[in-house]
Design a protein around this ligand. Structure first.
Ligand code: GLN
Length: 186
């Protein structure tokens, strides 16, 4: 199994040990060629505006959009922002892959970042966004302060928190995403 991680900016490298602990291959995605033969892709945390600019600069916007419409994808924090239907604070373009609205930097500044235990596993919220509205037929698996932080559909996983910062590999979310990639999620 080959799992790609968009590797233009942000927290991509931290996914490598989690993916390899599953016996899968970690593929850093920088060019459209890297998208060939992937079973799924992770859009990592980072800075979503910068990531969007870099996606356009390296010229993979169209190929990435096609990939996201047909293959399993997991968006984390900035990656979740790139997949939302609508982005606030400020308004920003997105790939509009799933029907939810997201508000950037909703918990405050970088210094207001925090950690939380979910199912006995520590995850990090790093200058995280808040999911402010969720469309129909989308499962909400976790909420915080009345806002969803973990969403799932048969093709898409969204978390506003980062599990990859935890050094205990593989994280339950990487394991779950691998199930997406081998088509076990329905
Ligand atoms: N604050 C970032 C943004 O709005 C997201 C932070 C993250 O990915 N940890 O793009």
């Amino acid at each position: 199994m080959k799992i790609g991680v968009l590797a233009l900016q942000g927290a991509f490298e931290l996914h490598k040990p989690h993916i390899e602990a599953l016996g899968a291959q970690y593929v850093p995605v920088v060019t459209s060629k890297n998208l060939n033969d992937l079973d799924g892709i992770i859009l990592p945390g980072g800075e979503s505006g910068t990531m969007l600019k870099l996606i356009n600069i390296v010229g993979i916007h169209q190929q990435l959009a096609n990939f996201l419409q047909t293959k399993p994808v997991w968006g984390i924090c900035a990656g979740a922002i790139l997949l939302a239907k609508s982005v606030k604070n400020p308004t920003q373009e997105s790939f509009s892959i799933l029907d939810f609205e997201i508000t950037r930097n909703a918990y405050g500044r970088q210094l207001d970042s925090f950690q939380e235990m979910i199912n006995d596993y520590q995850v990090s919220y790093i200058r995280a966004p808040q999911i402010s509205k969720v469309g129909k037929n989308i499962k909400i698996l976790k909420e915080k302060e009345g806002c969803a932080t973990w969403l799932e559909t048969p093709n898409v996983m969204i978390t506003t928190f980062h599990p990859e910062t935890n050094l205990s590999t593989p994280s339950p979310w990487h394991r779950r995403f691998a199930e997406y990639c081998i088509d076990l999620v329905s």
